[in-house]
Design a protein around this ligand. Structure first.
Ligand code: HEM
Length: 459
């Protein structure tokens, strides 16, 4: 057992004060260590082979946790991220086609188009010398990309109101995640919960309206079934049928779209913020990335086909996800007694893993604190043990949007780097805040600098 537990509270205080340091201490304490979060029996695993064992036996031996928290539960309802067992399997099957490579190629065009719009704003800031906030820019961009790929154009008229409501919801979910409110009974009203409910109602009104309009259009005639048909994730979910030929209910469509929205934009947005932070500290990495982008993309806008050639840029994203994993913590519950590497885990025990702790372990990543995208390029990548890097989890519940996220991050970096360098003061102190996602706890001011393309174009 990890030392320092208090009666009744266990290690709650240490966990809440500084979870990243706490999980690093647990890692350094031993291969598998017992600890307690309040009354809950917990163990922490971090070695890649143990992470692998747990991830690959989720559903069979572990469930995805029985309590997502009040706020997240209220927001995402019965969405795929909150479920396991046969219902989860049904949903996963119905949603998976939305993330097939062919679909992602379609989303890629939206990713580039919206990033290109942002570069026009960046151009204005560049010529006026105005400072940008990278955090605001990246979260707004990934939010727009999520909204457009999920709901197409239908949400445009309400975009500002929906955006504000979703912001409130994300803040309340984040605040609960580490606060004492995590332990409050669900029936207890708090001001935060009232704000959250109001925000959810606002988003639901828009969502149900869109679903109703589309259902009515579909019933009205064939036009909707051909050219006019929206080409977005919501439509795909509306058209999906389970094995019994049943569609999702309107409530389930609401739960899944809100899940995709919350799972999809803050994670990728913060990954991009961390990428710009690291690139500003390592100008030589930026130069190498920019040279690759110049060579592959040249003068035009990036397209999906470029992705497979932008290997170093992808290495930048993977290395960013290693050092600053947007999802920094995973927890599963043992369904029955189970052995992990000779350690007996009793049924009902919560098994925790932290990407932060494993990704920064020098046993799996030499010079673990250094930003070295070349680890991910060519043969070097085969030296990395399986499951030493698991930013997207693994096994059957592996992130549904993992390819979407990698493609998005690479194409955003490529679209912007064609024209600009984003310079954040390399000495800016940005301690990561482990909330729902790992994020900088402050604004991130930056200068936009026009690149001199000639320096980087191949001879
Ligand atoms: C850098 C970006 C992202 C990171 C780091 C990330 C990370 C994760 C992680 C760690 C999980 C849990 C996996 C497990 O339990 O083994 C997960 C699940 C999930 N993610 Fe992501 N994610 C990202 C982007 C996205 C995007 C863009 C989408 C959708 C558009 C998405 C949708 C989902 C869904 C639906 C699940 C639940 C899958 C299931 O339980 O079957 N994620 N993600």
């Amino acid at each position: 057992m990890m030392p320092g537990a208090y009666p009744g509270l266990g290690h709650l205080a240490q966990f809440a004060r500084d979870p990243l340091a706490f999980f690093t201490r647990l890692r350094d304490h031993g291969d598998i260590t017992a600890w307690r979060l309040g009354p809950k029996k917990s163990v922490f695993v971090h070695r890649p082979e143990n992470v692998k064992q747990v991830l690959l036996s989720v559903e069979k031996e572990f469930s995805t946790g029985d309590d997502a928290g009040y706020a997240f539960g209220l927001f995402a309802g019965n969405g795929i991220i909150n479920t396991s067992g046969p219902f989860w399997r049904r949903q996963r099957k119905m949603m998976q086609p939305g993330m097939r490579p062919g679909r992602i190629a379609g989303y890629a065009a939206t990713m580039v188009e919206l990033t290109d719009e942002l570069t026009e704003d960046l151009a204005r800031s560049c010529s006026s010398g105005q400072t940008r906030d990278v955090r605001v820019d990246m979260l707004a961009l990934t939010q727009k990309i999520a909204a457009k790929t999920l709901f197409g154009a239908d949400v445009t008229g309400d975009a500002a109101a929906v955006g504000r409501a979703l912001d409130v919801a994300a803040r309340e979910i984040g605040a609960e995640f580490r606060g004492v409110t995590m332990f409050l009974p669900n029936w207890l009203p708090t001001p935060g919960r009232a704000r959250l409910k109001k925000a959810i109602t606002a988003v639901e009104q828009v969502l149900y309206r869109i679903i109703d309009e589309r259902t009515a259009a579909h019933a009205a005639g064939p036009a909707h079934r051909t050219n006019d048909r929206p080409d977005d994730m919501l439509q795909l979910l509306m058209d999906a049928r389970d094995e019994a030929g049943e569609p999702m209910s309107a409530r389930q469509l609401r739960d899944e779209t809100m899940t995709l929205y919350i799972a999809g934009h803050e994670t990728t947005g913060n990954t991009l913020v961390w990428a710009y932070h690291l690139l500003s500290q390592h100008p030589e990495v930026f130069d190498r990335m920019a040279a690759e982008i110049d060579e592959v993309v040249g003068d035009r806008l990036p397209i999906m086909d470029d992705y497979s050639q932008l290997k170093y840029t992808e290495g930048v994203v993977k290395e960013t996800l290693r050092l600053y994993p947007a999802a920094w913590l995973l927890m599963f519950t043992a369904k029955a007694d189970v052995e992990i590497d000779g350690y007996h885990v009793e049924a009902g025990t919560d098994v925790w893993m932290s990407q932060w702790a494993t990704h920064r372990d020098p046993r799996w990543f030499p010079e673990a604190d250094r930003f070295r995208p070349e680890r991910w390029v060519g043969d070097a990548a085969s030296d990395i043990p399986s499951h030493a890097w698991f930013p997207f989890g693994g096994g059957q519940h592996v992130c549904l949007g993992n390819r979407f996220a990698l493609v998005e991050a690479v194409l955003v970096l490529a679209t912007i780097a064609r024209r600009f360098r984003i310079d954040i003061d390399p000495s800016l102190d940005l301690p990561p805040q482990p909330l729902l996602t790992l994020q900088p706890g402050r604004n991130v001011p930056a200068r936009v600098v026009l690149r001199s393309q000639a320096d980087h174009l191949p001879a």
